[in-house]
Design a protein around this ligand. Structure first.
Ligand code: NDP
Length: 496
């Protein structure tokens, strides 16, 4: 068991006053691992007040100085990588082989990227000479107190992807982790404090959707950056719109992966597996609709089934484990119901896995939320399993005849988060990518999302981007100033 999780604001742990306590469980065992104390509205008001008090000084701190502090936090995160990864493994169920190489690492990279960006002129504006004696200059200014609301699949990574550019740009943040995976909150807040981030600049509030809702409509908040489901994102964006708050929305997907006929079979299979089974399929950008040329279908299926045997559900801390349980009982039931629907209602052909309990659950972990990695084939575009986000390890093979047909079908979705193509002819890959309606795209790879790459969804998958140079602009507002140097003020109110 971990210590009870309280709130963190104004530079220290603070007791929540709502009297509401929820429990977080280890999904690998289904056993409780910590009690979490939810914030009351009064607590949230206090946290926001502490952030408002911190804002004038933090926003006026020179970017180079802010950068130095944030880089110290980067070092602390890297020093404590394995310790934090272990907590994330308990909280999310993800194998340690994954949390120790991805979750903290990719979060720290983004913090390092934005710290360096603001220290090297990333917040500079533009100067334009309008006339010989008139100039326009622009300035990027921090927004104020911002809210971050995270999903449960990459807890500390999401908290860092939001707080890194937010703090680097001079804003303060109130961050609400998902109720399902809250343990990283205190850890990150304490690391920021140890690095020298002043009290009130980064704060943690725990609670459910109602707490999130109170935060998004609070008049003291300037921006909301949200990661989660489309349906929740719609509520959050609507609530923020009432106060004309800036928003960034990182939402769900149902992304297509197109395998071109010239793709090497091994690459096609490896790419499709990485796009579907990494993190037990709980990745927003998963390439769940796998378009396979009819001519390659049987060879692809045969090799895929062979390679599915390399998916290993072992004890989460075993370095050879590469497939954990689903994150919670609720999510487990949801994913199983999609698998069942695929078999019984959609009538897709079940090629591998299914909704029965997996046989290879590690000893002592039988009560956890383990599922079988599952492959459906002969899928069609109108099935529920090919149209709705499952957010689990369910790969759907959609056979196609011609490339234009595959592109047209790939784009038949309300969502547009990610897309990818595999093939030997790079020119053809570029052409296909140029026609796919998605904000995050890959050629001959899947899933890598480095700090340098701006990521954000099209259509209902989101608004705005995170990371990359464009990611910083989401945390500032521009001020344009026109300076007249001619001496006399131009006026129409002169004497006739
Ligand atoms: P949810 O939308 O259920 O929850 C996300 C967060 O919103 C949680 O912290 C949740 O709190 C909070 N919340 C719930 N209701 C409200 C409300 N009315 N106002 C404000 N906040 C609220 O998403 P999941 O946690 O289930 O995450 C999975 C989803 O996230 C998938 O759709 C996935 O695709 C998407 N995602 C998108 C990413 C991207 O970059 N595009 C990256 C990762 C995930 P609580 O948990 O306490 O209910």
């Amino acid at each position: 068991m971990y210590a009870a999780q309280q709130l963190y604001y104004n530079g220290r742990v603070q007791e929540a006053t709502s009297g509401k306590i929820f429990t977080t469980v280890d999904p690998a065992t289904a056993k409780p691992i910590a009690e979490v104390h939810a914030a009351s509205e009064r607590d949230i008001d206090s946290a926001i007040a502490s952030a408002q008090a911190a804002f004038p000084s933090w926003s006026q701190t020179p970017p180079l100085v802010r950068s130095r502090i944030l880089l110290k936090a980067v070092s602390l995160l890297r020093e404590r990588n394995d310790e934090i990864a272990k907590v994330e493994t308990h909280d999310t169920g993800k194998p340690f082989s994954e949390t120790s190489t991805v979750d903290v690492v990719t979060g720290a990279d983004v913090l390092e990227y934005f710290a360096n960006l603001v220290a090297s002129g990333g917040l500079n504006g533009e100067t334009t000479q309008l006339r010989p004696d008139a100039w326009i200059y622009t300035k990027k200014e921090a927004l104020g107190v911002c809210v971050g609301i995270g999903a449960w699949n990459y807890p500390i990574q999401i908290a860092l992807w939001k707080s890194a550019p937010c703090l680097a740009a001079g804003n303060c943040m109130i961050y609400k982790p998902s109720e399902v995976t809250p343990l990283h909150g205190q850890i990150l807040a304490k690391i920021y404090a140890e690095a020298g981030v002043p009290p009130g600049v980064f704060n943690i509030i725990h609670g459910d959707g109602a707490v999130g809702g109170y935060l998004t409509k609070h008049p003291g908040i300037s921006k909301v950056s949200f990661t989660g489901q489309v349906s929740t994102g719609q509520k959050v964006a609507a609530s923020a719109a009432g106060g004309m708050k800036y928003v960034t929305m990182e939402l769900g997907g149902k992304s297509p992966l197109i395998i071109l006929p010239d793709t090497e079979l091994e690459n096609a299979v490896d790419g499709a597996m990485m796009a579907n089974f990494f993190s037990t399929g709980q990745v927003c950008t998963n390439g769940t609709r796998v378009f396979v040329p009819r001519s390659m279908k049987s060879a692809f299926e045969k090799r895929l089934v062979e390679k599915m045997e390399y998916i290993r559900s072992l004890e989460p801390m075993d370095p050879n484990s590469n497939f954990g349980p689903l994150v919670s009982e609720t999510h487990y039931k949801k994913v199983l119901s999609y698998m069942q629907h695929g078999v019984e209602v959609d009538k897709a052909s079940l090629l591998y896995g299914g909704y029965s309990k997996p046989k290879a659950i590690p000893r002592g972990y039988e009560q956890g939320f383990w599922v079988q990695p599952t492959v459906f084939t002969n899928c069609t575009d109108s099935m529920k399993i090919t149209t709705e986000e499952i957010f689990g390890p369910v790969l759907c093979i959609l056979p196609y005849k011609t490339i234009p047909e595959a592109i047209e079908r790939a784009n038949k979705s309300k969502l547009g988060l990610a897309a990818g193509v595999f093939g030997k002819d790079l020119n053809q890959c570029h052409e296909v990518i140029s026609k796919l309606q998605a904000g995050i795209t890959w050629v001959n790879t899947w899933g890598e999302s480095p700090a340098e790459m701006s990521v954000g969804g099209w259509k209902q998958s989101g608004v705005g981007v995170e990371n990359g140079r464009r990611g910083l602009n989401a945390w500032v507002r521009e001020k344009s100033t026109l300076v007249e140097g001619g001496g006399a003020v131009g006026t129409v109110f002169a004497k006739l």
